[in-house]
Ligand binder design. Structure first.
Ligand code: ADP
Ligand code: MG
Length: 261
């Protein structure tokens, strides 16, 4: 069962652009994710899900972004930290997976090398230790023939396999928080289900906290303990998954539920 918050966001407000052109896209949102908890964020395209997750990762374009509020991860205030501390935090405490695996994978490097490089850099493993650990991670994410995948370039494996390599990369340093932003949207339905199951299984085993983001309410309901509904940059509803499904309060959530196929 969840305990204390690992991620704690308070009054987060995010705008893009300067002065007259300034446009606020996230309006004073607050939520938290406890240890060992899976929280889902659901909302239609453009509602601010990715901007929220990118702000936690510190990946929004600095020059045009203004952020106010608090983002606390594992007791550290992210907006107050400098770049060096943030890089370390991202390497150790938080990891993210995306809809498009090629936004995390390098097309010109072998899959195995990309994961073992992270282990050598962040965990200070030797090349042979890192290779062994990478093969174990490939087994964990259920890649067939890990030795073969290790030597392949991303374009030589399927989309579902790339997604698994990206997951292996993300969990390599045993993050405390995994942010999954539409991780299955680009995949066909069968593979979608497999990846969802894999993420569930990994969470159960590692007990890491997870922020699972999707426009698909059905997917979120299958994995999340708690659901946050976003609409036009605000949180309109929040509650345990069964309560949001059985007894939605916000008009938008009701419409979202009614529009499901
Ligand atoms: P979602 O992930 O829910 O589909 P996003 O978080 O990507 O939505 O986008 C929320 C809003 O922020 C959208 O209106 C989008 O156009 C805007 N936005 C996202 N990134 C930028 C950016 N770099 N500059 C300006 N506006 C942006
Ligand atoms: Mg998005």
């Amino acid at each position: 069962m969840p305990t204390q918050p690992l991620l704690d966001i308070t009054n987060l407000t995010i705008s893009f652009g300067k002065k007259k052109e300034k446009k606020e896209v996230i309006h004073q949102i607050s939520f938290s994710v406890s240890e060992n908890e899976i929280v889902g964020i659901v909302g239609e395209s453009g509602s601010g899900k990715s901007v929220t997750s990118m702000s936690i990762m510190g990946l929004l374009p600095k020059k045009i972004t203004s952020i106010t509020g608090e983002i606390i991860v594992n007791g550290k205030s992210l907006l107050a930290e400098n770049d060096r501390v943030l890089r370390k935090l991202r390497g150790n405490d938080i990891a993210m997976i995306f809809q498009e695996p090629m936004s995390a994978l390098n097309p010109s490097l072998r899959c195995g090398y990309q994961v073992s490089e992270i282990l050598q850099h962040h965990k200070k493993l030797s090349a042979s230790e890192a290779k062994k650990e990478t093969l174990a991670l490939f087994e964990k994410v259920k890649l067939p023939r890990p030795n073969e995948i290790f030597r392949r370039y991303p374009h030589q494996i399927s989309g579902g396999q790339m997604q698994r390599v990206m997951i292996a990369m993300a969990i390599a340093c045993k993050p405390k928080l995994l942010i999954a932003d539409e991780p299955t949207t680009a995949l066909d339905v069968t593979v979608q289900k497999e990846i969802l199951l894999l993420l569930k299984e990994i969470q159960k085993e590692t007990k890491m906290s997870m922020l699972f983001i999707s426009h698909d309410l059905g997917l979120v309901s299958e994995i999340a303990d708690r659901v946050i509904v976003m609409y036009q940059g605000s949180i309109v509803e929040e509650g345990t998954t069964p309560s949001v499904f059985k007894n939605p309060k916000a008009t938008y959530t009701k419409a979202l539920l009614a529009s499901r196929p």
